[in-house]
Write a protein that binds this ligand. Structure first.
Ligand SMILES: CC(C)(COP(=O)(O)OP(=O)(O)OC[C@H]1O[C@@H](n2cnc3c(N)ncnc32)[C@H](O)[C@@H]1OP(=O)(O)O)[C@@H](O)C(=O)NCCC(=O)NCCS
Length: 199
């Protein structure tokens, strides 16, 4: 039986008994200035030590190096790496499907969080969307990863479904969050940013 729940992103239907994203999601206050980063559209072997160190510090179940290698060897799997003063401060791995992009991994160095590095990478990814080809970005976020849920919501993503018991090791559900390319959402996003800057 499907029950309709209210989320910050509007009503979403899930099977009865499932948890929902918390409704009270006050965005945190920005404590730092935006970091100036160079974003490279590749992840090279030389970067791996720094990337794995960030991965270890960012996740309870970090990707092993082989997972990064597997992705690097797939033609439709791409990545980006953010550098600040010649140090890697963030990265993203994504897979291009026929008409959508699946965001597989994203992390920012713990000491550089809250400096809009994640935002700059997501904006770069959004710029790859078009009405002709890749029209949306999809990411699966652990139900316990509230920080990431809030981050993607702030980036204009919406929770569209819940995958029950999605992960192997834990009994967690995954929220599927989606950003859909449309002129309206791009414009709204810009407006929101402008308002934030002038507030
Ligand atoms: C999620 C993550 C990539 C965000 O990167 P970031 O560079 O710290 O985020 P940004 O500074 O670009 O945040 C942009 C906006 O998102 C929101 N946001 C980001 N992190 C947030 C948090 N923990 N709680 C609430 N809001 C958050 C804020 O509104 C922020 O803008 P503001 O600082 O002006 O208020 C980073 O926190 C991270 O590496 N987390 C650990 C790994 C992870 O969970 N990855 C996602 C897997 S699904």
């Amino acid at each position: 039986m499907l029950i309709e729940y209210k989320t910050m992103d509007g009503p979403v239907s899930f099977p009865k008994g499932l948890t929902v994203m918390p409704v009270n999601m006050n965005a945190k206050q920005s404590a730092h200035e935006k970091a100036r980063v160079d974003i490279h559209p590749w992840m090279i072997r030389r970067d791996m030590a720094q990337i794995l160190a960030i991965e270890e510090q960012s996740f309870e179940f970090p990707w092993p190096e082989e997972e990064f290698d597997r992705c690097r060897n797939k033609l439709n799997c791409l990545s980006m790496v953010s550098e600040c003063r010649e140090k890697i401060v963030g990265y993203m791995v994504y897979k291009c499907h026929n008409n959508y992009i699946a965001l597989l991994n994203v992390a920012v160095h713990p000491e550089m969080k809250g400096r809009r590095i994640g935002e700059q990478m997501v904006e770069k990814l959004k710029s790859k969307l078009s009405s002709e080809r890749h029209r949306k970005i999809i990411i699966k976020v652990r139900e316990t990863n509230l920080g990431a849920q809030l981050f993607f919501r702030e980036m204009g993503f919406k929770a569209i479904s819940l995958l029950r018991d999605y992960y192997d090791v834990t009994e967690e559900d995954a929220y599927v969050m989606q950003y859909h390319y449309s002129q309206k959402s791009v414009i709204e996003n810009r407006k929101m940013k402008k308002m934030r800057r002038t507030a």
